[in-house]
Design a protein around this ligand. Structure first.
Ligand SMILES: O=C(O)c1ccccc1NCC(=O)[C@H](O)[C@H](O)COP(=O)(O)O
Length: 223
C-alpha cells in the first residue's frame, strides 16, 4: 500500500476539489460544533456527494454519542469514522461493532507513556492517527497546528496502518515521513491561509511534497 495522504477539515467544494485533484487518499470532514471547520451533516453530505471512488470520506467526531453517530452515518455515509476525543479502547471496539465501519482512532502523544498506551488501541482500531496533545484544556482536541516530538515514534512499527498529524506543512511533511516511517500523513492547519480557511495552493503543495517524500523512500528501499 502507498503512503496515505489525508486532508482534514474540508468545508467548501473548491478546496475539496483541490484535494481530490491533487490525489488525496482521504478527505476529512469535521462534525464538532466547537471547531472552526465544523460542517453540519446535510452540508457535509452535499459537499462529499462526488467523493466516492476518488478518495475515502472520513467523518471526524469528538466523544460523540451513539445517536449522533447513527444520524451522521445515515446522512453522510462515511468510509471511515475518525474518533478524535477521549474514546477509550472499549468504546472504539463497541462503535466499530455497532456501526460496521472502519475506525481511525486519534491518539495524542507527548510522552513515552502515551506511546505505551497505543497497544490497547492497536488491538481494536482499523487505523491509528498520532497527533499532538492540545496545549491546554480550552484548546480543541486536534486541528491546532501543533507538532509532537516525532522521536517518540522512532523505530516503532504497528500492526495497523498509522498516520501522523499535528502541525505538518509542505515544508515539514517529508522530514516527518523520513523520521517516523509512518504509513500516512494528515494535515489541516498547515494547508490553511487563516484558521479554518483552506488554501488551494497549500493543499496541492502539501500533497506534492508528501508524494515526493514517498518516492524518495521507495527509491532508497529499492537500492
Ligand atoms: O480540525 C479541527 O477543528 C478538529 C477539531 C476537533 C478535533 C480534531 C480536529 N482536527 C484534527 C485534524 O484536522 C487532523 O486529524 C490532525 O489532527 C491535524 O491537525 P493540524 O495540526 O491542524 O494539521
Amino acid at each position: 500500500m502507498g503512503m496515505i495522504v489525508k486532508i482534514c477539515g474540508l468545508s467548501t467544494p473548491e478546496t475539496l476539489g483541490a484535494a481530490l485533484a491533487a490525489g488525496a487518499d482521504m478527505v476529512g470532514f469535521v462534525h464538532f460544533p466547537k471547531s472552526p471547520r465544523h460542517v453540519p451533516l446535510a452540508a457535509a453530505a452535499a459537499l462529499a456527494g462526488g467523493v466516492a471512488g476518488r478518495a475515502r470520506k472520513v467523518l471526524l467526531t469528538v466523544d460523540a454519542g451513539d445517536d449522533l453517530l447513527a444520524a451522521a452515518i445515515a446522512a453522510f455515509e462515511p468510509d471511515i469514522l475518525q474518533l478524535h476525543g477521549h474514546e477509550p479502547p472499549a468504546r472504539v471496539a463497541a462503535l466499530r461493532a455497532k456501526f460496521g465501519r472502519p475506525v481511525m482512532k486519534a491518539i495524542g502523544l507527548a510522552s513515552a507513556a502515551d506511546v505505551a498506551g497505543i497497544a490497547d488501541y492497536e488491538a481494536v482500531a482499523d487505523l491509528l492517527l498520532f497527533d499532538a496533545l492540545p496545549a491546554d484544556v480550552t484548546a480543541l482536541p486536534g486541528g491546532n497546528g501543533r507538532a509532537f516530538d516525532w522521536a517518540l515514534l522512532r523505530g516503532r512499527r504497528f500492526a495497523k496502518p498509522w498516520l501522523i498529524g499535528g502541525g505538518l506543512t509542505a515544508e515539514t511533511v517529508g522530514e516527518a515521513i523520513r523520521a517516523t516511517g509512518a504509513s500516512g500523513v494528515d494535515v489541516s492547519s498547515g494547508v490553511e491561509s487563516a484558521r479554518g480557511v483552506k488554501d488551494i495552493g497549500k493543499i496541492a503543495s502539501f500533497i506534492a511534497a508528501a508524494r515526493a517524500a514517498e518516492k524518495l523512500g521507495s527509491l532508497a528501499e529499492s537500492g
